[in-house]
Design a protein around this ligand. Structure first.
Ligand SMILES: [Zn+2]
Length: 254
């Protein structure tokens, strides 16, 4: 089952957008091939029920490498080797589960010497990954794909603090109501210190496909209270609970 879902992930790059929890033009989250499989964060479509909502969501229940997870206290190890291609243009829109920035083609982030396509970024409030059991106010996911379609997601935790100009364009999209042109500069949106935790996990939204490399930065960024409030006005409590780590190991280098 796991292999099949991974194969379909690799075979159809166009499907990546849907797999990553983004159905840009379907705010009702119902799509023709899975009519009735409306997932959400509360009630009948809540995370505990995802695996039973549709056959293709079975990995949400049966998977053994699911995300998010509780991370250990910061290890302050190696810094993440990441360079991005500067300001990236794209469209920010509410997809019914989060507010998603979808990058135009050609946006590249190089991680540990490998050039990856920046596909999209979005937020969860509160954070999905916890650190030593504690959630942050929000978490941003920068979703990347390599040439084979394999995903690397960089997670950035956020706490309430100083206003953060690097997030202005994205947050403006969260309050716009309809799709809005935005720019994202990945490097400026990361914390100054880039020590990180890394592990093999999954999408945190149905179909919960595995084979996703997670890199979660240990230090949070700060966002202004008004910026957090603007995001929460769009979506709040859109975080999947942490999943069992099982026999996986959390690493601190790539
Ligand atoms: Zn996410």
């Amino acid at each position: 089952m796991r292999n099949r879902s991974r194969l379909s992930l690799l075979a159809a790059p166009a499907v990546l957008l849907v797999l990553a929890g983004c159905t840009p033009d379907a705010p009702s989250e119902r799509t023709p091939h899975d009519a009735g499989a409306a997932w959400s964060y509360a009630g009948e479509g809540a995370p505990d029920h995802w695996g039973g909502l549709a056959n293709e969501y079975g990995t949400c229940d049966a998977g053994e490498q699911q995300s998010p997870v509780d991370l250990p206290a910061p290890a302050r190890g190696a810094q993440l080797d990441l360079t991005a291609s500067g300001a990236v243009h794209g469209l920010t829109a509410d997809n019914g589960h989060t507010v998603q920035f979808t990058a135009d083609d050609g946006a590249t982030t190089t991680i540990d010497g490998t050039a990856l396509d920046l596909v999209q970024m979005h937020f969860h409030a509160a954070s999905e990954h916890t650190v030593d059991g504690a959630a942050a106010a929000a978490e941003f996911h920068f979703v990347h794909a390599d040439r084979k379609g394999e995903l690397t997601v960089v997670g950035v935790l956020a706490e309430v603090g100083a206003h953060n100009p690097a997030y202005e364009s994205y947050v403006a999209g969260a309050t716009a109501g309809a799709g809005r042109a935005s720019t994202v500069d990945v490097e400026s949106m990361l914390p100054a210190s880039r020590s990180f935790a890394t592990y093999e996990g999954s999408l945190t939204t149905p179909p919960c496909s595995e084979g996703v490399r997670w890199i979660v930065l240990e230090d949070p960024i700060e966002l202004g209270a008004d910026q957090i409030a603007d995001l929460e006005a769009a979506h709040v409590e859109n975080a999947r609970p942490v999943q069992p780590l099982g026999d996986r190991v959390i690493g601190h280098e790539l």
